[in-house]
Design a protein around this ligand. Structure first.
Ligand code: PDD
Length: 282
């Protein structure tokens, strides 16, 4: 079941409607967040709100409300969906224009919060293909214009893979909807936060957990050759968390099973998540 808050009104998601003149519809002109809820509590809420504020700032979309109001809305969404594990999809578009025009018309932003039960995500190690990163060079903005990501993900699936790891100028950026980590000779490496990749919340938590637990980690560029030589590779995202890669371009990563660092990082992440969402607000 999904419940939608659209511009001030809660309603069943399938009944919520936006205008065809919404710039989100016409231009993909909007930003979004996918925010997890465990044990009835929003995980990493301030981090998601900070990234959303940054996406709004970078695109010049008016911030619709202060953080306290967002938090209130999220709590209400959790209450209405009535499930301890849930996902909040938040989308803010620039709003409804008077006419279709590339020029902004001082629109009022359209605000959507979609609250749904946590879907059962498949957790088996994934087979990925490397692909040229042909997306725009502001992948740090969590924009709703995702035609390139859809082409990449579904192109990979059509060729018999689960996903794609993207390469720009010979260097790994990220996967279609997750960040990339490798373990190479005992060192964990992830590409530095730049305008070519999303600054993932899960990525940031993993980096902090590695530092706190003495795991060696570098944020530096990863070449295609290093990716192929890695002993372990995993992806991180809000929905899939720490997610092992079994093969790249049909070549096994290590044994093809999740490696020791993947498992250790996943255990640390799960423990941290439990500690942050320990008591229910429901
Ligand atoms: N995707 N990179 C891209 C391109 C992403 O779309 C995502 C998340 C990530 C991981 O970010 P985080 O750890 O903050 O979820 C990296 C979300 C889940 C989505 O689009 O559904």
């Amino acid at each position: 079941m999904s419940i939608a808050y659209l511009n001030g009104v809660w309603q069943p998601a399938e009944e919520a409607r936006v205008s065809v003149l919404d710039r989100g519809f016409l231009f993909g002109d909007g930003v979004y967040e996918v925010i997890p809820v465990f044990n009835g509590r929003v995980f990493a809420e301030d981090r998601h709100l900070a990234r959303m504020a940054r996406s709004l700032g970078q695109t010049g979309i008016k911030p619709p409300m202060p953080n306290d109001c967002w938090k209130h809305l999220f709590a209400e969404g959790i209450r209405r969906v009535g499930e301890a594990s849930a996902v909040l999809y938040v989308q803010i578009t620039r709003g409804v224009s008077r006419v279709r025009s590339h020029n902004y018309q001082n629109e009022e932003p359209t605000v959507l919060v979609l609250a749904s039960g946590w879907p059962e995500y498949e957790q088996r190690p994934h087979d990925v293909v490397t692909m040229e990163d042909f997306r725009w060079s502001r992948a740090d903005i969590k924009a709703t214009s995702l035609v390139a990501s859809g082409m990449i993900r579904n192109g990979a699936i059509a060729d018999g893979y689960d996903d794609a790891i993207l390469i720009r100028d010979g260097k790994v950026t990220e996967a279609s909807a997750s960040n990339v980590f490798i373990a190479l000779d005992g060192m964990i490496v992830t590409p530095p936060a730049s305008r070519y990749l999303l600054h993932g919340i899960t990525r940031a938590v993993v980096i902090e957990l590695a530092a706190a637990h003495g795991l060696p980690l570098q944020e530096r560029e990863i070449t295609h050759a290093e990716l192929m030589a890695a002993n372990e590779v995993w992806l991180t995202s809000t929905t899939h968390e720490v997610w092992p890669v079994a093969s790249i371009d049909r070549c096994k990563v290590g044994s093809g099973e999740p490696g020791p660092l993947t498992n250790q990082v996943n255990s640390l992440y799960q423990a941290y998540k439990r500690s942050q969402t320990a008591s229910s607000v429901m």
